[in-house]
Design a protein around this ligand. Structure first.
Ligand code: PGA
Length: 252
């Protein structure tokens, strides 16, 4: 496991962008796994900057997002499709038809199950994800794989924990509007990506980062599964690294 500790969020974004760009340059049709949340926004800004000022080309890229709320359409202000369009896709030359975000408009459970199987199939059909970007929840979740999620799980519907719903309530008018379910790639889906880059910033993530990197591999900390991945890199700022005890990590 590679751990890069950066001075600040700006440097975190630059180091993570370098890893993404290396994959984009290596493959004819790079397949990017993308994440929402506040942590990856500086990375997306850096990728947009490189597109606009350095000609970084996304025209052959294909993307798959980790998750989406069930019940929110693409135009809902809090939908992850909208987040991706606004924070990345609208500012780069990726073909929007090659961007995939789970469909939050399906509400029938059987239809959701079929959709999830198809999502996995589509990932397989394009040869798998080359590089998966992840954030981490304060409870160690990745995507909406909350503590207790099976390490082998694939894309499926999950009930959000009351903690995650409460954390996300600030983005909605009231708690009643916060979705109860989400579609998420599974931990197994994430483990199948050829490379994984987990980003974390701020002290609020320090305990989760320490549990993921230095604790046991356990479903109680879903991100700890990455200890078993062959090419997982944590790119974290100093504050997020503040509870780590080993001294062998790479400094930015
Ligand atoms: P955040 O979310 O980047 O908004 O902190 C990360 C996550 O919950 O995966």
């Amino acid at each position: 496991m590679r751990v890069i500790v950066t001075e600040d969020v700006t440097e975190m974004a630059v180091r993570a962008a370098d890893l993404v760009v290396a994959e984009i340059k290596k493959h004819c049709n790079p397949v990017l796994g993308l994440a929402t949340g506040s942590t990856p926004i500086p990375l997306y800004k850096e990728l947009i900057r490189r597109h606009k000022t350095e000609g970084l080309d996304f025209s052959t890229c294909i993307s798959f997002n980790l998750d989406e709320y069930v019940g929110l359409g693409p135009n809902h202000p809090q939908s992850y499709r909208r987040f991706m369009n606004e924070n990345l896709f609208n500012h780069i030359n990726i073909n929007i038809k090659n961007t995939h975000v789970p469909d939050g408009t399906i509400t029938d459970f059987d239809a959701i199950e079929r959709f999830c199987d198809e999502y996995e199939e589509r990932i397989r059909d394009v040869g798998g994800i080359d590089i998966q970007i992840l954030g981490i929840g304060a409870n160690g979740h990745i995507g909406f794989n909350e503590p207790g999620s099976s390490i082998g799980s694939m894309t499926r519907i999950k009930t959000l924990t009351s903690k995650t719903r409460a954390d996300n309530a600030r983005f909605f008018k009231s708690m009643d509007e916060v979705p109860v379910y989400a579609i998420t790639m599974g931990i197994g889906t994430i483990m199948n990506a050829r490379k994984v880059v987990l980003l974390a910033s701020g002290e609020g993530k320090a305990a989760a980062v320490a549990a993921a990197l230095e604790g046991p591999v356990t479903t109680m900390c879903p991100a700890s599964a990455l200890q078993l991945h062959r090419y997982a890199t944590f790119v974290i700022d100093k504050a997020a690294a503040s509870k780590l005890s080993l001294e062998t990590y790479e400094m930015g």
